[in-house]
Each structure stands twice: as structure tokens, then as C-alpha cells.
Ligand binder design. Structure first.
Ligand code: AG3
Length: 279
């Protein structure tokens, strides 16, 4: 049925609407309601519990910014853990880095990945890379059970901080991540809209510092199908600062990106005045 798909943000008095040609998949997994639409102008759309997760047209911005700023800040990212990320878009970006030797992706809901394999094959194209290890279980438990110092980078590619994802924004989880990271390890998590959710970003900064991370920073990027159209990822480093961008390596990277480059890397860390005053 053609019409409009709308994600409404009641508390913000605003919404995003995409013109859709058809709903092509609808299922209730043990964890959530998974729907796939074919849109008029944004390609395929995946929603979870009615909220936009991925569209063909704009997911590259989010997935590149969830991965490359952290991977080009770390001097030698070899072992990466992705929590969530079931559509595999972040995994694809991480695997573009040749120095990455092993990626564990821990997604709660296997159905999200199976549906993505069918409707977003280009995001899942690298899933059979021998370096990629997909696990379908609770990420909070995974990190709590991880050997100390087992990862260089942890990427938290979660849904909004409600329901099962809420724990992924808390200090107890960050403390477990701190332990699971090597000394120069970096954690990065999606941190919602700076315009709509500045208090969440502030709480994340406090929780990360409370979990003994030395340096915390937020990167900004446009994401026109998420609330407010402006999105962020918040990053922290265990016992070094987030300075040390491998700019030369970024310039000389052997893989293609569509949003991220060295100029974007540096610009994305700039902190808007209102957020600076909030944090
Ligand atoms: N992670 C979801 C970000 C939250 C979007 N929120 C919303 N639409 N209300 C994206 C998963 C992509 N790998």
C-alpha cells in the first residue's frame, strides 16, 4: 500500500516521513517488531518497533562515522567488538581496514541480521569475511564475560536508550568495556541527537568518565532520517587522549568512503557552543 511512513517524536513535536511504495516484510521477533518498506526516494527502509534504523540512501553517513573516526584514531586497531549492529553496516566499514584481524559482533536479535541479509545485501556483503565472527546474544553479558584487555575498539551500534538497549548507556556497562579494552583502547557508541538529547550526551560523558575513561569526545554528523536530522557518536579512550589522528593513513586509505575523509574527521570533533556549555 503506497502512502507515508512516519516516525513521530511526540515529545519534540516533530516527525520524519518517507513516501513508501510498499511494505515488503513485517515480523515480530522475540525482541521487537521488524518492518521493511520500499520507499519512493530512500530505497529500502528498516524499522524496529516503528523507529527508523537504516535506509539505503543515508546509512553510509552513520556507519562510516560509527567506525572510521575511532579506527583512524587508534594507532593499530586489530581486535574490534561491535555490540548491536545487526544490519551489519558498521561491520562492513570496520572490515575495510586491513589491519583489523578479528571482529566479534554481538547482536541480541538474530532476526535483524537475517532480515538485513535479505533486504540489505550490500550491507551484509562482507559477512562471510573470515575475520568476522557473528554472535547472537546479549552484548552486556558478552562484555562482562570478556577477558580483560581483549579488544582495541568497542563500537556500540545500538537502538535508542530504551528497553534492552538502555543498559548500553550506563556506567556499569562502560566499566566492563573499560576492563575488556587494552590500555590504549577506544569505545564509541551512538549517542542520539545533540539537538534533542543533549542531556543524554552529558550523561554518557559523565558515565564514561565515571568508568575511568581518560578522554571523552562527541563526533557530529547529519542523519536526515533520524530524530532532528542531526546525530552523534560519543567516543572515549581508556588511558590516552583521543588526539593522534592517523591523518596520513586516512589520506592513503585503500578503500572507498562516501562521507568520511580527513577533513570530516577533524571537523566532526568540533563541539557546538550549546553542547560545550552543557557538558
Ligand atoms: N542505530 C539506531 C539509531 C537510533 C535511531 N533512532 C530513531 N530512529 N529513533 C542504527 C542501527 C544502524 N546500524
Amino acid at each position: 500500500k503506497a502512502g507515508w511512513y512516519t516516525e513521530e517524536w511526540a515529545d519534540q513535536g516533530s516527525a520524519i516521513s518517507l513516501r513508501v511504495k510498499d511494505k515488503v516484510h513485517d515480523e515480530r521477533s522475540p525482541y521487537q517488531h521488524i518492518e521493511i518498506y520500499e520507499t519512493e526516494t530512500f530505497g529500502t527502509l528498516m524499522t524496529l518497533d516503528g523507529l527508523v534504523m537504516v535506509t539505503d540512501r543515508d546509512n553510509f553517513v552513520y556507519h562510516e562515522m560509527m567506525s572510521h573516526p575511532a579506527l583512524f584514531t587508534h594507532q593499530a586497531p586489530r581486535r574490534v567488538l561491535i555490540i548491536g549492529g545487526g544490519d551489519c553496516g558498521t561491520l562492513r566499514e570496520v572490515l575495510k581496514h586491513d589491519e583489523v584481524e578479528h571482529v566479534d559482533q554481538v547482536e541480541l536479535d538474530e532476526r535483524v541480521t537475517r532480515v538485513a541479509e535479505r533486504f540489505f545485501p550490500e550491507l551484509c556483503a562482507a559477512n562471510d569475511d573470515p575475520r568476522a565472527h557473528l554472535h547472537f546474544q546479549d552484548g552486556i553479558r558478552w562484555v562482562a564475560d570478556a577477558e580483560p584487555g581483549s579488544y582495541d575498539i568497542i563500537i556500540v551500534d545500538s537502538t535508542d536508550p530504551i528497553g534492552p538497549a538502555a543498559g548500553l548507556f550506563g556506567q556499569a556497562f562502560y566499566a566492563d568495556c573499560h576492563r575488556a579494552l587494552r590500555a590504549d583502547g577506544i569505545i564509541v557508541g551512538q549517542s542520539e541527537s545533540p539537538l534533542f538529547h543533549a542531556s543524554l550526551i552529558k550523561a554518557m560523558h559523565e558515565a564514561l568518565r565515571g568508568a575511568n575513561f581518560l578522554d571523552v569526545a562527541t563526533v557530529h554528523f547529519p542523519q536526515c532520517t533520524y530524530p532532528s536530522g542531526w546525530w552523534s557518536a560519543t567516543m572515549a579512550r581508556k588511558d590516552a587522549t583521543l588526539a593522534g589522528f592517523r591523518e596520513q593513513a586516512c589520506h592513503e586509505r585503500a578503500f572507498a568512503t562516501r562521507y568520511y575523509n580527513a577533513g570530516i574527521h577533524q571537523a566532526a570533533f568540533a563541539c557546538p557552543e550549546f553542547l560545550f556549555k552543557t557538558l
